[in-house]
Ligand binder design. Sequence first.
Ligand code: C5P
Length: 264
Amino acid sequence: MIETRGIDQKRRIILALDVDNREKAEEWVHRLKVHVGCFKVGLQLFTKEGPELVRSVRARGGRVFLDLKFHDIPNTVARACESAAALGVDFLTVHALGGKAMLRAGVEALASTATRMRLQRPRLLAVTVLTSHDARSLRGEVGLRLRPEAEVLRLAALAKASGCDGVVCSPMEVAAIRKACGPGFLVVTPGVRPAGAPKGDQKRTLTAGQAIARGSDFLVVGRPITGAADPVAAVEEIAADMARAAAPAARRVGAVRGAKGVRA
Ligand code: C5P
C-alpha cells in the first residue's frame, strides 16, 4: 500500500486522449506529460492506431490508462490482459458484468505477465454499470433487477472480491463505493467539471474538489483541459481545487496500492 498523504494532486489527473489520430495524441502527451499523471487511451484511438500508439505514449514518458472495457469469456480476457500488460500500461479496464471467473482470470493474467516480464503490474479497474444506462434500460433491456445505484454497489463488491484494484464510476457514486469497499480500493471518476465550466454532454458532474472530497483517487478529465485556452493553467486550477479538498481525503491512508502514477 502507498501512503497518499502529501500526494501531488496533478498526478491524480488522467487526461482523456479523445482525439482521432496519433499525431494529435502525441502532441497532448508532449504538452502535458509533466503536468498530469496519466493518459487515457480509449476504444476510438486504440482501434484506429493500435498498440503502437500505446508504445508511443510510453516512449514519450506518458503513463497509460487503457480503457478498452474487456468483456468476454475468462480465457479470452486473460489473453487480452496479458497483451495489455506486455505493453506496459498502468491501468486497464474490464466490465464487472463479465463475472467473477472473468475478473479473476484478468487479475491473474496481469500478475503473472508482469512477473514474467519484470514489469509493473497494471491495475485492473472494473466498470460497473455504464452511465449511459438508466433504470428502465437496465431492467427492461439488460435484465438487471436492482436499481442502478444498487447494481453499481453490488458489482463494485464483486470486483473487489475478485481481486480487481478498483472501479471506474460516476462522481455521484464515489462516496457509496468508498464506504462499501474501503480505503484500499481505487475509485476513478470521469464527469469532472470546474465550477461554472460548460458541461458538454455530461449531465451528472461534480467539480474536481468535490470528487476528491467524496473519495476519488483519480479523475479522468478531457475537455476542461483540452478545450481550455491554456491547458497547463487549467490543470493547475483543477489541481488547486483538488488540493483544497484533499486535506480530509488525504487522511485516508493507503488508498493506492503500488500505483506508480501516484507520487508523493
Ligand atoms: O471531456 P470529458 O472530461 O467529458 O471526458 C471524460 C472522459 O471520460 C471521456 O473520455 C469519456 O468517454 C469518459 N467517460 C465518461 N463517463 C463515463 C465513463 C467514461 O465521461 N461514465
